[in-house]
Design a protein around this ligand. Structure first.
Ligand SMILES: Nc1ncnc2c1ncn2[C@@H]1O[C@H](COP(=O)(O)OP(=O)(O)OP(=O)(O)O)[C@@H](O)[C@H]1O
Ligand SMILES: [Mg+2]
Length: 301
C-alpha cells in the first residue's frame, strides 16, 4: 500500500494544494523544552470519524486522572463547544478573538464544571477568522503563539480540528507536539490518510520540526465487521506501535452524551464508551511515563 510509504517524501510533491501555504515561510524554530503542556492536534480531514467525540471524552478522562486539561475548539461547527454544554450561539469571547489576536486565550477560556477541564470555545466566527487570516502575517502560527501564553497552566492541550486541511488545521499542527488521528476502520478511511500525512510532513519541514504522529485511534469499531478488522490489521502493519492499543467501540452513549452537553463519563460513567476513553487516557499517560489513577479513587496525580 503506497499510502504510508509515500509519506516521507510527500512534502515535495504538493499533491495537496494547501501545502503552497508554506512557500516562503521562515523555517521551523526550536521548540520549547520546559515541562509544559503536551499539545495534541486531533485531526483527520475526513468528516465524522470521531475527532470531536475523542476530544471531549479524552479531555474528561485526563481530567478524571487529575490532569489539567484545555480543550481548544478549532472547528467553526462548534461541536466540541456544544458537546461541553456551552451554547455556541451565546459566546461573548471565543477562539476567533484569540486567533485574531484581540484576546489572550485565558480571557476567552470557560470552565466545563461537569467535567473538570477548560474549554476555548468556538462558533461560526472562526470561519471568518480563517478568511481574514489568509492575508495576515504569520497566519499559520497564531494558535501556537497564543498557546505559548497558557502552556504552563495545563498538562494537556487537545485541539479539535475541522474536517479540512485548511488554515485552521494548519494552525493546530503548527502549535502541536503530536497529532492524534482518529480513524474509522472502513475502506475509504485509508485514502484520506495520505493527504494528512503529507500535510504533517510539510508542517514538520517548515514551521514545526518537532511535530510527531502521536497515534492512530480506531474509533466506532465493530469487531463483528470483517472489513473493519481488515483495515485495522492494515493500520497495524503500517503504523505499528503508533496505533493505540485502546480501541473505541461503537457505543450509543457516546453519541447521546453531547446532546446533554456532557462527556460520556459524566453522562453514563459505566458505559463502554466512557470506559474506552478512560483506557485511552491511561494508555497515553503510561506512554508518557506518568502515573495513572482516577481522581475519585484517590489515585496518583
Ligand atoms: N464511538 C462512537 N460510537 C457511536 N457514535 C459515535 C462514536 N464516536 C462518534 N460517534 C458519533 O458519530 C458522529 C461523528 O462523530 P464526531 O462528531 O466526533 O466526528 P468528527 O470527526 O468530529 O466530525 P466532523 O468531521 O464533522 O468534525 C457523531 O454523531 C458522534 O456522536
Ligand atoms: Mg468534529
Amino acid at each position: 500500500m503506497g499510502l504510508v510509504r509515500g509519506a516521507g517524501a510527500a512534502a515535495l510533491k504538493l499533491r495537496n494544494p494547501f501545502l503552497l501555504v508554506y512557500k516562503g515561510l521562515p523555517s521551523g524554530g526550536a521548540r520549547c523544552e520546559e515541562p509544559m503542556a503536551r499539545i495534541l492536534a486531533v485531526a483527520n480531514q475526513k468528516g465524522g470519524v470521531g475527532k470531536t467525540t475523542t476530544c471531549i471524552n479524552l479531555a474528561a478522562s485526563l481530567a478524571a486522572m487529575r490532569r489539567r486539561v484545555l480543550l481548544v475548539d478549532l472547528d467553526p461547527q462548534g461541536n466540541a463547544t456544544m458537546g461541553c454544554g456551552v451554547d455556541k450561539h451565546a459566546l461573548e469571547r471565543s477562539a476567533y478573538e484569540v486567533l485574531a489576536e484581540e484576546l489572550p486565550p485565558d480571557r476567552a477560556v470557560v470552565r466545563v464544571e461537569a467535567a473538570g477541564f477548560d474549554l476555548l470555545p468556538a462558533n461560526r466566527d472562526l470561519a471568518a477568522a480563517e478568511m481574514t487570516l489568509l492575508q495576515a502575517r504569520l497566519r499559520e502560527q497564531r494558535l501556537r503563539l497564543a498557546l505559548q501564553r497558557v502552556r504552563e497552566d495545563y498538562d494537556w492541550v487537545l485541539i479539535d480540528c475541522p474536517p479540512a486541511l485548511g488554515l485552521l488545521t494548519l494552525n493546530a499542527l503548527a502549535a502541536a507536539d503530536g497529532v492524534l488521528i482518529p480513524m474509522q476502520c472502513e475502506y475509504y478511511a485509508l485514502e484520506g490518510l495520505t493527504a494528512l500525512l503529507e500535510t504533517i510532513e510539510a508542517v514538520r519541514a517548515s514551521v514545526n520540526r518537532g511535530l510527531e504522529v502521536e497515534g492512530v485511534l480506531r474509533t466506532m469499531f465493530d469487531p463483528r465487521n470483517r472489513l473493519a478488522n481488515q483495515v485495522s490489521a492494515q493500520l497495524l502493519v503500517h503504523f505499528r506501535d503508533k496505533v493505540f492499543r485502546t480501541v473505541i467501540p461503537r457505543n450509543v452513549r457516546l453519541a447521546e452524551a453531547p446532546s446533554h452537553g456532557l462527556p460520556a463519563l459524566a453522562y453514563d460513567r459505566g458505559s463502554r464508551g466512557a470506559l474506552a476513553y478512560l483506557a485511552l487516557a491511561g494508555e497515553m499517560l503510561r506512554r508518557a511515563g506518568a502515573p495513572v489513577g482516577l481522581a475519585t479513587a484517590g489515585g496518583a496525580g
